[in-house]
Design a protein around this ligand. Structure first.
Ligand SMILES: [Zn+2]
Length: 313
C-alpha cells in the first residue's frame, strides 16, 4: 500500500474509533470529536485534514524491522526519532558488530619501529589474527620499506597494532526509553485508546516526551533476548511480577544484514491499577531483588488494528 493510501486507511480507522470514545469535557458534556486525530504519544488533537502534522509511525522503528502500524503527530515522530530511536538503533548495531568481530575485517594500524602502516585486521575462527596491508592506503615509501624488511630483520617484538572497532554514538538510557516507546505504541496498536487513556499511563508518556528527566524508576525492561521464552510471539501478555498483575509487551528488533533478532519484554501498567502506583512500586522493587516473572496469558486481540473499543481483561 502506498504511503498516502496507508495513511488515509489509518486515518479512517482513527476517525471511527475517536468519534466513539466517551470524552467528557470540563463542563461534563460529551466532547465533539468528529474529524479529530489524537496523537497517542502527546495526546494533542489535530483535525484529520491536517496532513502536515499527522505522520505514519513504524513500530518498532523502521530501521529495526518495524511496520507502519499507526499514526503519531509529526513532532512526536521527529523528536522521538532523533532523541530516542537513533540510540537504540546504534546500540543494537554496536553490540552486533562486537558479536560479529570474527566475521569481518576491521581497520587497524601496525606500528613497526617508527613506521605506521594502515591495514585490515581479521580474526579467524581458529584464533589467528591476520593483517592485510593494502598498498593503496599507504605511503609508497612505507610499502617499499616493508618489502625490503620482509624476511630479514622484522621481529614480532618490534610490532604493535591498534585495531579500531567503529562504534556509533549510543546512550543506553535513551535506548531503553526507545524500547519503552515501541512497547507503549504496540500496546496502543493492540488495545487502543481504551487502554492508553488511563491516567496510569501518564508516567510513561511523560518519560517518552521528557527522556532527560527521571519520571519513574527503572527496570521496565524485564528481560532481553537471552531469557525470552522462544515460543512466545510479539504481542501483549498478562504477566505476573512477584505476584502482581501487569501487562507485558514482547517485541522484536531486527537489523538488516545481521541474522540476529534482539527481543525485549517490557512491563506496562494493568488497567485496574487506576493511578499507576502499583506499577511504579513494582518497578522500584525490581531494582532491589531478582523478580519472579511469569507469563499468564496472551491478550487476545480480535482485529489487531487500533481496536480501541473492546473490553480489556
Ligand atoms: Zn504527538
Amino acid at each position: 500500500m502506498r504511503n498516502s493510501n496507508k495513511r488515509n486507511h489509518l486515518l479512517l480507522l482513527y476517525k471511527n474509533i475517536i468519534e466513539n470514545l466517551p470524552f467528557i469535557d470540563e463542563k461534563g458534556e460529551k466532547k465533539e470529536l468528529a474529524n479529530t486525530f489524537i496523537c497517542p504519544i502527546c495526546l494533542k488533537s489535530f483535525d484529520i485534514s491536517d496532513y502536515d502534522n499527522i505522520t505514519i509511525e513504524h513500530v518498532p522503528p523502521e530501521k529495526l524491522g518495524g511496520r507502519p502500524l499507526l499514526l503519531t503527530c509529526k513532532d512526536c515522530n521527529n523528536i522521538c526519532g532523533s532523541s530516542l530511536d537513533v540510540h537504540l538503533i546504534n546500540g543494537i548495531k554496536n553490540s552486533l558488530s562486537l558479536r560479529n568481530f570474527t566475521s569481518k575485517a576491521h581497520k587497524a594500524t601496525l606500528n613497526v619501529d617508527n613506521m605506521s602502516i594502515n591495514a585490515d585486521a581479521t580474526l579467524r575462527n581458529d584464533g589467528e589474527l591476520l593483517f592485510f596491508i593494502d598498498e593503496k592506503r599507504n605511503n609508497p615509501q612505507t610499502i617499499s620499506s616493508i618489502k625490503e624488511g620482509l624476511g630479514t630483520n622484522i621481529t614480532f617484538d618490534r610490532i604493535s597494532a591498534n585495531i579500531s572497532i567503529s562504534e556509533q554514538k549510543s546512550n543506553s538510557r535513551s535506548a531503553a526509553i526507545a524500547i519503552l516507546k515501541s512497547a507503549y505504541l504496540l500496546a496502543f496498536y493492540h488495545l487502543g485508546y481504551k487502554y492508553i487513556l488511563h491516567s496510569n499511563l501518564d508516567c510513561i508518556r511523560k518519560q517518552i516526551l521528557f527522556p532527560e528527566e527521571d519520571i519513574f524508576p527503572g527496570k521496565y525492561i524485564l528481560s532481553n533476548e537471552r531469557y525470552m521464552p522462544e515460543n512466545l510471539s510479539d504481542g501483549i501478555y498478562l504477566i505476573s511480577l512477584n505476584g502482581t498483575n501487569l501487562y507485558g509487551v514482547i517485541l522484536s528488533f531486527k537489523t538488516k544484514g545481521y541474522d540476529f533478532t534482539h527481543r525485549s519484554l517490557v512491563a506496562l501498567p494493568h488497567p485496574e491499577d487506576k493511578d499507576g502506583s502499583i506499577y511504579v512500586k513494582e518497578m522500584r522493587e525490581i531494582e532491589k531483588s531478582t523478580p519472579i516473572i511469569s507469563i499468564k496469558a496472551r491478550l487476545s486481540v480480535k482485529n489487531s488494528t487500533i481496536c480501541g473499543l473492546q473490553n480489556l481483561p
